[in-house]
Design a protein around this ligand. Structure first.
Ligand code: 73E
Length: 830
C-alpha cells in the first residue's frame, strides 16, 4: 500500500461520488468520448447505454472498494453463497434505482438527447441461470447487500448463458446466448487465479514422523480466473461482491512444442479444452443431465471458491478451530456439494489436521438448501466417473460414508435396511454417489424452500435422515423475492402510487408496511389510480405482443398469464387443454350467450430444456392452438392465445405487472416453492393455483377470498397415481373432448401430439391432469365471474398486495442469518 506521507495527496485525488446531475452528465460524455471513442455525431442508444453504464459503474466501484475494506477491517463472520446459477438480468436500471438516482439519470440523459427507457433496454440480460433457483440466488444477493451483510456470491462465468429461444413454425429453436461482447459490469482479476487439478492419482508416502500422507498428483491443471461483479444494496453504501470463475489453460499459452512441430491445431486444443469448462450453462431446470463436463464445472468452481475462502481466512492468522466462526457457506442445491469434500481434503491433506477435527470444522461451516423432490432432478454421480476425475475425493467420500455408517450402526444396530437407505453410495450398476445425502451429512442445517416442501422432504426423500439425526437438523426458509426489482423496478408507477400513500419508499426496505394500504381500500381515487396503472401495464404488454407476435390483444380482456420453464409437472398442458375446451364452448354458444363472456387473453412464455421432447411438444401445441383461435373471425376478442418468445428476466419485468390472473397449477407436491407466484401478487395480479409450494402460504397471508385454489392436495397424490396405474380412472369427459379435438388434426398433424396425449392414458397420467381438470375449469369460471365485478376485483388486488410483506426476500435472508449462518450485518460505512 501507499506510504503514510503520500496518502494525503492520494486522498485529495480519490474518485468522488456524483454531487448532482451535471457531474453525472460529465461522466457519461467523458466515457462516451474517451472510453468508447465516440462523439456526439455518432452516439446511438447503444453508445449512450455504454456511457451511462460506465458512469454509474464508477459510482458503484467507489462504494464497492470501501465496502470490501470495511469488511476486512471489521473481520466478522462472512457468508458465502455458492450457486451454479445467478440469473441477474439487467444491471443498469437496478444500479440507478439502488443508488437512488433515477430522476437524475432520466433528466441527465434526457438533456443529452436520450430517453432513459431506451438506454436501459440496450442492455443484454445476464442470463446465467435457468429459472427460479438462479433468480432466487440473484434476489438473495440484492437483499444481502441491502441489509449490509458481509457476503460473497460464488459462481461460474459462463461464456454462454441460457440459450435464446426462437419460435419457428410453432417449434422452439435454440440459439447461443453470447452475452459478453460488451459487459461493463464485470472486472476480470487476472491476478486472482487458482490452479485446479483433474484426473491424476493418489500416492501414499510416509513422512518424517512416520505418518502416512496421501498426495493427489500427476493430474491435468486448469486455471480459474476471478471475474468480480459489484452488487449494490438499495439505499445503502454497501456494495458486495459476486465472484465468477472463468476457466483458462494453466500455462496461459499454447503448447509451443506442438506448434513448432507443425501441429498448430493440436497446440490450441488444450487451450480450448480448458476453456470449455466455463463455456456454457447447462440448460436443464429440474433435470439432472449427469454429464462429465457438468461434474467438471462443479469441481472447478467449488475448488476455486474454497481456495479463495481459505486464503482469506488464513490471512487473519486465526487457528483452524475458529474457521466456522468466520465462515458460513450455503450450498444452493446439491450442485456445490463437492465443496464439503474439498474442504475436508484441504484440512486433512494440505493443512494436516486430524480427520475428526477437520470434519467438525466442515460440518459446522456448511448449510444445504434443497429445492426439489423430483427424482429426475436429484444428482447422482457414477462412482467410476468420480474415481477417474477426482480420485482423492472419492477416497474421502468413502471415508465420510464409513464413519457415518458406523454411527448409523450404533444407533440402529443390525439394521441392514437402514444402512442401505442412508448410505451415500447407492448399490446400483454402476454404483452412484447420492449428492443430497452427502450434502446432508456434511452440513449442520438442511432447509427446504416452502413449508409444504420442507415437510415433504422430511417425510419422503430424507425420512431416514430425520430418524437418524432427529428433526432439528431440518428446517424451513420459505422463499421470497426482492421488492426492489419486482415492484420498484418492474412496476415504477405502482411503486410511486404506494409511496404516495405510505409517505415514501421505506416500504421497499420493510415490506410489512404495505399493510397500511388497507386504509385506502375505500379511497375511490386511489382505487381508480391502482386499476389505471394495471391497465397501462396491460396496454404496454399488448403493444409488445402486437409488435412481436402480430396479434392484436384487447387491453380490456382478462390477461391470464403462465410464464415459467416448460415442464410437465408445471402443467402448461392443462392450461392449453383448458383453452381448447373454452374455444369449443364458445363455438357452441349463441351470439346472445357470448355477450356475457369475459374476453380472455391466454399468454404463455418459457423455455423447454433442449432435450425435453414432451416440453417441446407442449410449446408446439400452444402455438398450434394460437394459430387456429387467433385467426378464427368468429371468435374475435373473446379468446386470444399468445406464446411470447424467449422469456427472461427483463421480459418478466414487463409481463408480470400486466397480469390480471396468473397460473401456478403444478401437481400438488411437485413445485417446491415457486417465486413468480409472489411476484405476480405483489404487482396486483390474482392467482389461480393448486395447494402446492408457496401458494399455500400466500393463501394464508392474503386470505382464501383473494386466491382461486383448485385441485387435489399433496396427500392424495400417491393414491391417485396408484389408481391410474391399475387402470381405475375414467378420463374426465371434458378432457376426452379436448383430446378428440387434438386428434382430429385441428391444431396440426395429430401425430405430433400423440405422445402428449398418450401420457394421459398409457402413461398413467403421472401429473394427474385428468384428476384436476374439471375443478380447474370450474375455478376458471369463477375467475370470469369475479372479473365482471370490477370493484370486487380491485379490492382483492389491493388487499392481496397489502398482505404480501412476508414474501420479501429480506425476511428470508434474516432467517438464514439467524437460524443457519449465525452472522450479523455490518454497520454501514461512510
Ligand atoms: O419451485 C422452484 C423453487 O421456487 C424449484 O423448482 C426451483 O427452485 C426454486 C427456488 O427455490 C428448482 N430448480 C431446480 N431445482 N429446484 C434445479 C435443479 C437442477 C438444475 C437447475 C435447477
Amino acid at each position: 500500500s501507499i506510504p503514510e506521507q503520500l496518502r494525503d495527496t492520494w486522498r485529495k485525488l480519490s474518485a468522488a461520488e456524483f454531487a448532482g446531475k451535471e457531474d453525472f452528465q460529465r461522466e457519461v460524455v467523458r466515457h462516451i468520448e474517451t472510453t468508447l471513442a465516440r462523439s456526439l455525431y455518432n452516439c446511438d442508444d447503444g453508445a449512450a447505454y455504454g456511457g451511462a453504464a460506465l458512469a454509474v459503474r464508477d459510482q458503484l466501484v467507489i462504494r464497492w472498494n470501501k465496502t470490501q475494506q470495511n469488511q476486512t477491517i471489521r473481520d466478522q463472520k462472512r457468508v458465502y453463497y455458492l450457486s451454479l446459477e445467478f440469473l441477474m438480468g439487467r444491471a443498469l436500471d437496478n444500479s440507478i434505482l439502488n443508488l437512488d438516482v433515477k430522476d437524475m439519470a432520466r433528466d441527465g440523459m434526457g438533456e443529452l438527447g436520450f430517453r432513459i427507457e431506451d438506454v436501459i433496454s440496450q442492455e443484454h440480460d445476464a442470463a446465467l441461470g435457468n429459472g427460479g433457483l438462479g433468480r432466487l440466488a440473484a434476489c438473495f444477493l440484492d437483499c444481502l447487500a441491502t441489509l449490509n451483510y458481509p457476503a460473497w456470491g460464488y459462481g461460474l462465468r459462463y461464456k454462454y448463458g441460457i440459450f435464446k429461444q426462437e419460435i419457428v413454425d410453432g417449434y422452439q429453436v435454440e440459439t447461443p446466448d453470447y452475452w459478453l461482447d460488451f459487459n461493463p459490469w464485470e472486472f476480470p482479476r487476472h491476478d486472482v487465479t487458482v490452479d485446479i487439478m483433474f484426473y491424476g492419482h493418489v500416492n501414499q508416502y510416509t513422512d518424517e514422523n512416520g505418518k502416512v500422507v496421501k498426495v493427489w498428483e500427476g493430474g491435468e491443471i486448469v486455471k480459474a480466473v476471478a471475474h468480480d461483479v459489484p452488487i449494490p444494496g438499495y439505499k445503502t453504501n454497501t456494495v458486495n461482491n459476486l465472484r465468477l470463475w472463468a476457466s483458462q489453460p494453466a500455462s496461459g499459452e499454447f503448447d509451443f512444442q506442438k506448434f513448432n512441430s507443425g501441429d498448430y491445431e493440436g497446440s490450441i486444443r488444450d487451450q480450448q479444452r480448458a476453456e470449455t469448462i466455463s463455456a456454457v450453462l447447462y440448460p436443464n431446470d429440474n433435470i439432472d443431465a449427469g454429464k462429465e463436463l457438468r461434474l467438471k464445472q462443479q469441481y472447478f468452481w467449488v475448488a476455486a471458491s474454497l481456495h479463495d475462502i481459505v486464503r482469506r481466512f488464513k490471512k487473519t492468522h486465526r487457528p483452524w478451530s475458529e474457521f466456522s466462526d468466520q465462515v458460513a457457506i450455503q450450498l444452493n442445491d446439491t450442485h456445490p456439494t463437492l465443496a464439503i469434500v474439498e474442504l475436508q481434503r484441504i484440512l486433512v491433506d494440505v493443512e494436516t489436521l486430524h480427520w475428526d477435527e477437520a470434519w467438525d470444522i466442515v460440518t459446522s461451516t456448511f448449510g444445504y438448501t434443497n429445492h426439489t423432490v423430483l427424482p429426475e432432478a436429484l444428482e447422482k454421480w457414477p462412482v467410476p466417473l468420480v474415481q477417474h476425475l477426482l480420485p482423492r475425493h472419492l477416497q474421502i467420500i468413502y471415508e465420510i460414508n464409513l464413519y457415518f455408517l458406523q454411527q448409523v450402526e450404533k444407533k440402529f444396530p443390525k439394521n441392514r435396511e437402514m444402512l442401505r437407505n442412508l448410505s451415500i453410495i447407492e448399490e446400483s450398476q454402476p454404483q452412484v454417489i447420492r449428492m443430497a445425502f452427502l450434502a446432508i451429512i456434511g452440513s449442520h442445517k438442511v432447509n427446504g424452500v416452502a413449508e409444504l416442501h420442507s415437510d415433504l422432504i422430511k417425510s419422503t426423500i430424507f425420512k431416514d435422515f430425520v430418524a437418524f439425526y432427529g428433526p432439528d437438523k431440518f428446517t424451513n426458509v420459505t422463499n421470497g423475492i426482492t421488492p426492489r426489482r419486482w415492484l420498484h423496478q418492474a412496476n415504477p408507477k405502482l411503486s410511486d402510487l404506494i409511496s404516495s400513500k405510505l409517505g415514501g419508499y421505506e416500504f421497499l426496505k420493510d415490506l410489512s408496511q404495505l399493510e397500511n394500504l388497507k386504509k385506502f381500500l375505500n379511497d375511490k381515487e386511489f382505487v381508480k389510480d391502482w386499476m389505471d396503472i394495471k391497465l397501462a401495464n396491460k396496454v404496454r404488454l399488448a403493444k409488445y405482443i402486437k409488435e412481436t407476435n402480430g396479434i392484436a390483444v384487447n387491453p380490456h380482456a382478462l390477461f391470464d398469464i403462465q410464464v415459467k420453464r416448460i415442464h410437465e409437472y408445471k402443467r402448461q398442458q392443462m392450461n392449453i387443454f383448458g383453452v381448447i375446451y373454452r374455444y369449443l364452448q364458445i363455438k357452441e354458444m349463441s351470439l346472445e350467450e357470448r355477450k356475457n363472456l369475459v374476453p380472455r387473453a391466454f399468454i404463455f412464455g418459457g423455455k423447454a430444456a433442449p432435450g425435453y421432447w414432451m416440453a417441446k411438444t407442449i410449446i408446439k401445441l400452444i402455438n398450434g392452438v394460437g394459430d387456429v383461435v387467433n385467426n378464427d373471425k368468429d371468435i374475435g376478442d373473446l379468446l386470444k392465445v399468445v406464446f411470447l418468445e424467449d422469456y427472461n428476466v427483463s421480459k418478466a419485468e414487463m409481463i408480470i405487472p400486466a397480469s390480471d390472473i396468473s397460473e401456478h397449477i403444478s401437481t400438488a407436491g411437485t413445485e417446491a416453492s415457486g417465486t413468480s407466484n409472489m411476484k405476480f401478487v405483489l404487482n396486483g395480479g390474482l392467482i389461480i393455483g393448486t395447494m402446492d409450494g408457496a401458494n399455500i402460504e400466500i393463501t394464508r397471508e392474503i386470505g382464501e377470498e383473494n386466491i382461486f385454489l383448485f385441485g387435489n392436495v399433496a396427500e392424495n397424490v400417491e393414491d391417485l397415481r396408484h389408481a391410474h396405474r391399475f387402470g381405475k380412472v375414467e378420463m374426465d369427459p371434458k378432457l376426452k373432448k379436448v383430446c378428440d379435438t387434438i386428434n382430429s388434426g385441428l391444431f396440426g398433424d395429430a401425430n405430433i401430439y400423440a405422445g402428449l396425449l398418450s401420457s394421459l392414458t398409457t402413461g398413467c397420467d403421472y401429473y394427474l391432469v385428468s384428476d384436476d381438470f374439471s375443478s380447474y375449469l370450474t375455478t376458471q369460471d369463477l375467475v370470469d365471474e369475479a372479473f365482471k365485478d370490477k370493484d370486487g376485483w380491485a379490492e382483492k388486488s389491493i388487499s392481496s398486495v397489502a398482505l404480501m410483506g412476508f414474501f420479501s426476500a429480506d425476511r428470508c435472508i434474516n432467517e438464514y442469518a439467524d437460524m443457519i449462518w449465525n452472522v450479523e450485518p455490518l454497520p454501514e460505512h461512510k
